[in-house]
Design a protein around this ligand. Structure first.
Ligand code: MF3
Ligand code: CO
Length: 252
């Protein structure tokens, strides 16, 4: 069941999303060569706690940290580690969920360390554009959920030849971290395709691979990597559909 949110509930998710957005913005100054993925997680944990909020990923399904920190060929769910030190040319995705007064928001950005190759930079730019076209598609009058995936897939695969991850999707969010509906980054006629209505709050999150769409999970049970070892990017926003159109809740 899709749980619609009332305006004051959307405001609550927006307050949670503001803390999240500020944290991801502050990370721009923290993330650089020599910093470990554990340092990034630690910063997020402290920042969220300082703002009287809860890092929702910590303990979620047994996940051991506050942030998912995914470097290069790691697509999602990278577990922070003191041994994983960032170096020039790397990319790192930081996926964060924040709960404030019971309201959950979810957002991800991919950061570049120093100068990255032109290929990798383009992948990151296009993935961010995929998020934007997905949001735009969701905001159109009468749109359905799979219109998001249609737009993302067109930009990622049809226009740029990138692999679109199929094993993980966006999702409803707000009262819980993962709610209905599923929000795929591709369109498949057999998938559920509810109409998008005012009161819906969803996390749109393209996960885009430079090479093949296929992924593997490492033995730790979490880390999702590209099968071909090529890099992947991930951008995510929590958005609300209101009577006045679409609103991004994890943007300052
Ligand atoms: N933020 C992730 C998402 O977008 C959820 C991470 S699950 C966790 O759905 F267990 F790793 F936290
Ligand atoms: Co999400």
């Amino acid at each position: 069941m899709i749980q619609l949110k009332r305006p004051h509930e959307i405001e609550g998710i927006k307050r949670s999303g503001k803390i999240l957005a500020e944290c991801l913005l502050k990370l721009e100054d923290i993330i650089k060569e020599g910093v470990s993925t554990w340092d990034i997680d630690r910063f997020c944990y402290l920042y969220i706690k300082e703002h009287k909020a809860i890092p929702s990923c910590l303990g979620y399904c047994g996940y051991p940290n506050s942030a998912c920190v995914s470097v290069n060929e790691v697509v999602i769910h990278g577990i922070p580690s003191k041994k994983k030190i960032l170096k020039e040319g790397d990319i790192v995705s930081v996926d964060l969920c924040v709960t404030l007064d019971g309201f959950v928001s979810d957002s991800t950005r991919t950061y570049e360390i120093g100068k990255v190759s032109d290929d990798v930079h383009k992948l990151n730019v296009v993935t961010r554009e995929c998020l934007n076209v997905g949001i735009e598609a969701a905001g159109k009058k009468g749109a359905r959920i799979l219109d998001i995936g249609t737009a993302v897939f067109k930009k990622a695969f049809l226009e740029n030849g990138y692999g679109v991850v199929r094993d993980y999707t966006g999702h409803g969010v707000g009262f819980d971290l993962h709610e209905e509906p599923e929000v795929p980054n591709f369109n498949d006629r057999l998938l559920p395709n509810p109409r998008i209505k005012p009161g819906m709050v969803i996390a749109i999150e393209p996960m885009i691979n430079m090479g093949s769409w296929q992924v593997d999970t490492l033995k730790d049970g979490w880390t999702v990597v590209t099968k071909d070892g090529k890099p992947a990017c991930h951008w995510e926003h929590t958005v609300a559909i209101t009577d006045n159109g679409i609103e991004i809740l994890t943007q300052l």
